[in-house]
Design a protein around this ligand. Sequence first.
Ligand code: PLP
Length: 420
Amino acid sequence: TESLESRDAELFDAIRGELGRQRDEIELIASENIVSAAVMEAQGSVMTNKYAEGYPGRRYYGGCQWVDVAEELAIERATKLFGCGFANVQPNSGSQANQAVSLALLKPGDTILGMSLDAGGHLTHGAAPNQSGKWFNAVQYGVRRDTLDVDYDEIARLAEEHKPAMIIAGGSAIPRQLDFARFREIADSVGAWLLADVAHFAGLIAAGVYPSPFPHVHVATTTTHKTLRGPRGGMILTDDAALAKKFNSAIFPGIQGGPLMHVIAAKAVAFGEALRPEFKTYQKQVIANAKALGESLVEGGLDLVTGGTDSHVLLVDLRPKGVKGNATEKALGRAHITCNKNGIPFDTEKPMVTSGIRLGSPAGTTRGFGEPEFRQVGRWITEVVDGLATNGEEGNGAVEEKVKGEVAELCGRFPLYPQL
Ligand code: PLP
């Protein structure tokens, strides 16, 4: 009966602080979103108490009748959303979903072909410090120098040369649409498995505003917390019954123990929300907002990698202003605009410095921002960046203060979690 506030004041304060930060600042991190109160309610539910190793109807523990309902709902809704036959909703994260696919389909030492981190890929696609880079012979593809978009000719060439056991499509900073059919053609030409990691695009795909990996891929993995707007977690999708069995075994008992049933319950709620017509309207607005933000930044004199976006994410090339990603992330933070520094393709700066920032529209769009608000955000970013260009790393304090005030006013017009 004791409240969190009276039982643990320090932790309570940290949560209130985080709520305040989310309320008062503009969230532009492309991999983040703002879940509904219903999703949080499910995640904060008694399902956290339950052990449920195994799968619905085949558990290693008694008392699973209600968590089975939650997991079955999550699976049924996920397969409906993505138009595929099977879903494993137990991965604790996107990384663990990818790890399980590797465990199911590969042996240590096998060759994999994924997008390099520098070009926009994810750590789990074969980066050196990640398990995928240590336990497999990871060959990495990048983007074309002319378009800065995914280089399919290079993928075909590297596939032919290295004969990978698995090719991974997808990444964390790819503004344009992926051609899954082209990926499959290349995979088939060398007999490789094709995995699409659609973590970033999942919500757009579910809403039909971005190409679907099905029927082209053998398997797709995703996180559930980015554009899909669910709780933090992962998921594996496939149309192939035999593969589905392998992925189930790879998740449990392969790499995980008891599933996070409260998170799976929250996934079910989020997938239910994503099946509603409003979700399509939301995702259309996500793309329209990203485009509006991009146009506003270009008007302000910044460059965009690939010249724009067809998705929720923008990669901003700061070089026209002569400023760095790390200084820009900090300066925008001072103005209460949150984003992350990000290398741009062929970046000559170190990963902790970078020549770019990555921006995304999912969280702001959930909050209710439309194109006028995103254009305004673009103007504020330009002002803050111009302060850095003129004054060096400390930026223009007066401009940052002014923007911070205007950000507060905008955030006040779009209240977040008023019930909390
Ligand atoms: N795959 C891609 C493409 C991602 O962008 C991410 C997250 O950043 C992941 C996988 C990993 O997800 P998680 O952070 O849940 O492990």
